[in-house]
Ligand binder design. Structure first.
Ligand SMILES: [Zn+2]
Length: 131
């Protein structure tokens, strides 16, 4: 999924749960640091390239062992999990139980990055308006 979808989804969860929206947004952006082409990857290019070379995209930073230590700041850790949840619903899936190479997919990977982002984002905005 695209960055704006991850941010809006995490913001929606923050509105519903009353968690810290800034930490949720930071957490939601963080996993894609493993992709040098992503916006956060471009901001931290060298680090992003190292992570990508060593752990691949949707590997370590999209796993439980990455999210768990970040739970010391609950909003940050949950923000990461909102990102992982959305990516789990795409065809590519994520290595949720890294270092296991198995890629997990939810709901048959029906979300298509770039195609369903706008629909998911509008749904998130509508939920936030209703809350
Ligand atoms: Zn991702």
């Amino acid at each position: 999924m695209l960055l704006y979808t991850h941010l809006l989804f995490s913001l929606m969860i923050a509105v519903i749960t009353k968690l810290d929206p800034l930490m949720m947004i930071i957490g939601a952006a963080l996993p894609d640091i493993d992709n040098p082409d992503s916006i956060i990857g471009q901001l931290f290019k060298k680090l992003s390239e190292k992570i990508y070379e060593n752990y691949n995209h949707r590997g370590l930073t999209h796993s439980i062992i990455f999210a768990l230590p970040l739970m010391v700041i609950p909003s940050l850790g949950i923000g990461v999990l909102t990102h992982v949840l959305l990516d789990l619903m795409t065809k590519s899936g994520v290595q949720l139980l890294y270092p296991s190479k198995t890629r997990y997919v939810l709901f048959g990977g029906t979300l298509i990055t770039g195609t369903h982002d706008m629909i998911a984002s509008i749904a998130c905005i509508m939920v936030m308006i209703l809350c």
